[in-house]
Design a protein around this ligand. Structure first.
Ligand SMILES: [Zn+2]
Length: 172
């Protein structure tokens, strides 16, 4: 299932879309045989933070679907021409009121944005709090701090978050 599975018509010229060999390598892709538009099913990049303070990891509770009410690692989708580190700082400020310093890359994990949803490529960075006043905002309903080793992975919304958590627990 791709995010374009239900697309029937070209968004540029309105002709019927087809799936079949189109590119020079013969890969089957959804494309418009009339105007040549190719519908690439590339994953959407996201950037998130593993913010540590006094041995505790910052978690955010999701206010919206998918996974409303579940714990999450704070972050979000990267905007065009934005660096993932900037996306982390922007999202953390929006969601938690905290200004963070972004450190090393923890890992990159592919996932989906919910069941049967578009694919995502998820970058996770170490981070520390530099300034700001903590408050849950935007699409976050609650903020929590927990020792990473005591977090039940089953409480986390996305498989990519569980992989990122497991990576830092292994390292600590
Ligand atoms: Zn077209």
């Amino acid at each position: 299932m791709t995010r374009f599975a239900e697309w029937r018509h070209c968004p540029r010229c309105a002709a019927a879309l087809e799936t079949g060999p189109w590119q020079h390598d013969g890969t089957d892709v959804l494309h418009c045989p009339v105007c040549g538009l190719v519908i690439y099913d590339n994953p959407a990049p996201t950037a998130s933070a593993l913010v540590m303070r006094d041995g505790l990891l910052l978690l955010t509770r999701r206010a919206r679907e998918p996974f409303a009410g579940w714990w999450d690692l704070p972050g979000g989708f990267v905007e065009p021409l934005e660096t993932p580190q900037h996306a982390v700082r922007r999202e953390l400020l929006e969601e938690t009121g905290l200004e963070v310093t972004v450190g090393a890359l923890v890992g990159v994990f592919p996932d989906r944005y919910g069941e049967d949803a578009p694919s995502t490529l998820n970058l996770f960075y170490e981070a520390t709090v530099a300034a700001g006043e903590q408050r849950a905002a935007d699409d976050v309903s609650e903020i929590g701090w927990q020792p990473p080793g005591e977090i039940d992975p089953a409480q986390l919304a996305f498989a990519c978050c569980r992989e990122a958590l497991a990576t830092i627990v292994r390292k600590s």
